[in-house]
Ligand binder design. Structure first.
Ligand code: SF4
Ligand code: SF4
Ligand code: FES
Length: 260
């Protein structure tokens, strides 16, 4: 394993891609998707220093909406996938707070919330066949990383961001692409990076560059006849094998070759 808390990662991934998974995933989703755990108990929270009464267990976003303060935090999807609702939180019982998504975090008594919108930044154009030299040319900040680990701590999707930056430095791009599969581009890893390394922009660049290389090699390969509806059904049937290991193996083959 790579050090990421498994349950959080599974929960996020399952929710994002609507994967039906084992019971563990369901229980974890239920625990973290706070709107399923709303009680009638009232709690007081502080948002930007303003006291708001909220219902225990509802998400920060819902609490703000109910209080008529929705404008304080940006909201896109309200489901943990768009990365718009970035906040930092502090707990009254001394537990370490940190960065989070307001649409996913349940409110608690005494919680302090500070909206922290992260501006978007454009990503340099991807390049086919990425190398360590190419990524350094696109992102001269790559070697500034001081391995402080703040990006990994800040990531609400439990991505091993710092490790992935080190993998980028050595050109280990296939693993980087996997690391950033669940990145929602909230920008918190860039926001907390004192050295302005821009990990998520680099992660996106790597994924796009690898995708572009694959498209180019597929374009060079002889193309199959245009896929009929019947063929597409056959492909789905083949891809959705009952055995999960076999299914992963087939999906990998299909991604790599573009055919069954
Ligand atoms: S926050 Fe910046 S400097 Fe620190 S580990 Fe992450 S990328 Fe490196
Ligand atoms: S942008 Fe950074 S912090 Fe946000 S999900 Fe992606 S890697 Fe994690
Ligand atoms: S509103 Fe989209 S992640 Fe929270």
């Amino acid at each position: 394993m790579d050090g990421r808390p498994v349950d959080k990662r599974l929960m996020r991934t399952s929710r994002r891609f609507n994967l039906s998974g084992p019971a563990l995933n369901f229980v974890t989703i239920k625990n973290i998707r706070s709107d399923n755990n709303v009680t009638s108990n009232k709690v007081n929270i502080l948002i930007s220093g303003k006291t708001v009464q909220a219902t225990e267990g509802e998400t920060i976003v819902r609490a703000l909406w109910s209080a008529g303060l929705g404008g304080l935090v940006e909201v896109g999807c309200a489901g943990g996938v768009c990365g718009a609702c970035t906040v930092t939180v502090r707990f009254s019982d001394g537990r370490p707070g940190g960065t989070d998504l307001a649409c996913m975090r349940p409110v608690e008594e005494g919680m302090e919330i500070f909206p922290c919108p992260v501006e978007t930044q454009s990503v340099p154009a991807p390049q086919a066949d990425p190398t360590a030299v190419k990524i350094r040319a696109a992102f001269p900040t790559l070697d500034r990383c001081t391995k402080c680990g703040s990006c990994t701590t800040a990531c609400p999707m439990s991505i091993p961001v710092m490790d992935s930056v080190l993998r980028m430095q050595s050109g280990n791009f296939e693993v980087v692409a996997e690391d950033f599969t669940t990145c929602i581009h909230c920008g918190l890893c860039r926001f907390v990076c004192e050295d302005k390394v821009k990990p998520h922009s680099m992660g996106m660049w790597v994924r796009r560059s690898l995708g572009m290389s694959r498209t180019e090699s597929l374009n060079e390969a002889p193309q199959p006849d245009f896929c009929s509806e019947k063929d597409a059904e056959k492909e789905w049937e083949w891809l959705l094998a009952d055995d999960s290991e076999e299914r992963l193996c087939r999906a990998k083959t299909f991604r790599e070759t573009g055919r069954l």
